[in-house]
Design a protein around this ligand. Structure first.
Ligand code: DQA
Length: 141
């Protein structure tokens, strides 16, 4: 069975409470439960969320050393600012799919640039939470 990691960046711990008109009413726990149910017996899923850039970088390094089969990353605001996150992804050798719940291209100009996308094999943006499941299905191919 393949092992995939689902990494979520700053403020995604507040899903369900945070700007629900943009991000919806489901919580991060709801997302985890949905994905575990959908991929039970198909993939081993590891979830990690942090509001701290360095913790996410450290986690990517650990996942690279563990040679997992791929990762899904919603770097949240770090997507638009973090060279460290981009370098961690690029240096990990892992297949990564970047996911955004909202369509970042329909939003403010500062969100329309992703520093991390070039270190990923694909980007899914604007499918809501369904984007995570789509990314996992792709990585399992
Ligand atoms: C987000 C989009 C980012 O611009 C924002 O900073 C987030 C969430 C999304 O999932 O739509 O925190 O990554």
């Amino acid at each position: 069975m393949k092992t995939l990691a689902i990494l979520n960046g700053p403020n995604l711990d507040r899903l369900g409470k945070r700007e629900p008109e943009i991000y919806g009413h489901a919580t991060l726990a709801d997302l985890e439960a949905r994905l575990r149910a959908e991929f039970e017996g198909v993939a081993q899923l590891e979830f990690f969320q942090s509001n701290h850039e360095g913790e996410i970088v450290d986690r990517i390094s650990a996942l690279a050393d563990a040679k997992i089969d791929g990762l899904v990353i919603n770097g949240a605001a770090l997507t638009h600012t973090s060279v460290a996150l981009r370098d961690a992804l690029a240096g990990s050798g892992l297949r990564a799919v970047e996911v955004h719940i909202s369509n970042i291209y329909k939003r403010e100009e500062f969100r329309q640039k992703s520093l991390t996308a070039p270190a990923c094999v694909a980007v899914i943006t604007g499918l809501g939470l369904e984007g995570y499941a789509a990314a996992i299905r792709f990585l399992l191919r």
